[in-house]
Design a protein around this ligand. Structure first.
Ligand SMILES: Cc1cc2nc3c(=O)[nH]c(=O)nc-3n(C[C@H](O)[C@H](O)[C@H](O)COP(=O)(O)OP(=O)(O)OC[C@H]3O[C@@H](n4cnc5c(N)ncnc54)[C@H](O)[C@@H]3O)c2cc1C
Length: 403
């Protein structure tokens, strides 16, 4: 039987490990961390990601995770309300937006995988190098507890995120679309009646605040790239004051009252890229390792889960055989890339547009933002904008688990 080594137990690697091992394929999932309780990472699940988990048979398990489904989306321009939409679906049964604890999600995925005897998770295992045999990737060299060892595999899947070692070692190259922003993430106590998501745009800033899974308020403050050093030097008080100057009066008061309670400020260096090729014989990259997603539209986890489904659809037939054939496997890897690329390209193109408009400090920035706001009040334009939002919510292509 085939042996697949998956590097990285983020949403992409943990879900692919679950899917392959459930079909009897030997999986070794390698995670360099000992636990998943790590710094703040993406925690937004949209219908595309929720459906992906449901297709995996994990609906009940997902419902049991710590989560919060915000009910409204309000958009403000220069502190003034511009738009207010319900986030409840017509049926009221499905959430359009769910904030889910990512550590809990990952622990659930690996716990479910351990029901398969063909699944093995090694925590604290850091991949250092790819091994090669006859021109193919044939395994990995790992370091666990200061000792190195080698693992042989029919396939190595790099699901090791934005700084992927597998991507580098396999020689997979990415073009980098520079985005003009970074994001400061932090948490605050949640105002009592805050049930939704608010986005405050204008004057070179974008601030997003939502009620999250641990009943705190998660803040993402989008700033111009390279300005965090200056912000940090000015200290947290000044920093919160700056945010308060960009929001509505009620929220400004909340920010000022709770400025000493800011938790876990963290800078996310925003990167967006995509490798030219997702595979080389014997190795494949998926998730952020293949295409690091900008945080615009909360796409990262959703896309990673959808990658895992498409990868499983093609890998199971190629690998669930006694003697896997190298050429069949190589064709399966190419098919995964071909199926996923259209969605990634379209989503990344859509993601690149709002920051350019919202953050521009050029003389034309403010007038253009005002015109955009005015246009958004017209039904035909809102319908067109809704089409773009729909790509973020549901994805662009049909993704259906078939194995
Ligand atoms: C601070 C932050 C905030 C974010 N906010 C959002 C957001 O609001 N919305 C959104 O949609 N997305 C967000 N993202 C992105 C989102 O988290 C990712 O797109 C998503 O997690 C990608 O999943 P993945 O499985 O491909 O990679 P990752 O989640 O990055 O998982 C990769 C895993 O590989 C492991 N690993 C790395 N190198 C090695 C190695 N050499 N050996 C073994 N293991 C290794 C890592 O420890 C990690 O567990 C954010 C990311 C960060 C960093």
């Amino acid at each position: 039987m085939s042996h697949v080594v998956i590097v990285g137990a983020g949403p992409a690697g943990a879900s692919l490990g679950y899917l392959l091992s459930r079909r009897g394929i030997e999986v070794t999932l390698l995670e360099r961390r000992r636990d998943f309780a790590r710094e703040f990472r993406g925690e937004v699940l949209l219908p595309g990601g929720i459906t992906a988990l449901e297709q995996m048979g994990l609906k009940t398990q997902l419902a049991a995770l710590p989560s919060y489904a915000p009910q409204t989306l309000e958009i403000f321009l220069n502190g003034i309300p511009l738009l207010s939409e319900s986030l409840n679906t017509d049926s009221g049964e499905e959430a359009l937006f769910k904030a889910v604890s990512q550590p809990a999600l990952l622990e659930m995925l690996v716990a479910e995988s351990t029901n398969s005897s063909s699944f093995n998770l090694i925590r604290g295992a850091s991949v250092k190098e790819l091994l090669r045999h006859d021109g193919r990737v044939a395994g990995v060299r790992i370091r666990v507890d200061d000792a190195e060892q080698e693992l042989q595999a029919n396939l190595v899947v790099g699901a090791d995120g934005r700084n992927s070692v597998v991507r580098k070692q396999a020689g997979l190259l990415a073009g980098n679309a520079t985005l003009p922003m970074d994001i400061v993430w932090c948490k605050l106590p949640c105002p009592e009646n805050w049930r939704g998501v608010r986005a405050y745009a204008g004057r070179g800033h974008l601030l997003i605040a939502y009620h999250t899974w641990d009943d705190t308020l998660q803040l993402g403050w989008v700033i111009l790239k390279g300005t965090f050093g200056d912000l940090r030097n000015r200290g947290i008080e000044q920093w919160v004051e700056e945010m308060a100057n960009h929001v509505s009066a009620d929220f400004a008061e909340h920010l000022r009252t709770h400025r000493d309670a800011v938790q876990k400020p963290f800078l996310l260096n925003v990167v967006a890229d995509c490798v030219d090729r997702w595979s080389t014989p014997g190795a494949l990259v998926i998730g952020d390792a293949a295409h690091t997603m900008s945080p615009v539209g909360g796409q990262g986890i959703n896309i990673a889960l959808r990658d895992a489904i498409v990868a499983a659809n093609h890998l199971v037939p190629a690998l669930a055989v006694p003697e896997p054939d190298g050429n069949t496997l190589t064709a399966a890897l190419a098919a995964i890339e071909a199926e996923r690329m259209p969605e990634i390209q379209e989503i990344q193109t859509l993601q690149a547009q709002p920051p350019k408009l919202l953050l521009s400090n050029a003389w034309w920035g403010e007038p253009v933002r005002r015109i955009a706001a005015m246009l958004l009040s017209r039904p035909a334009i809102r319908q067109r904008a809704a089409g773009r939002v729909s790509a973020f919510l549901y994805g662009v292509t049909e993704v259906q688990l078939e194995v």
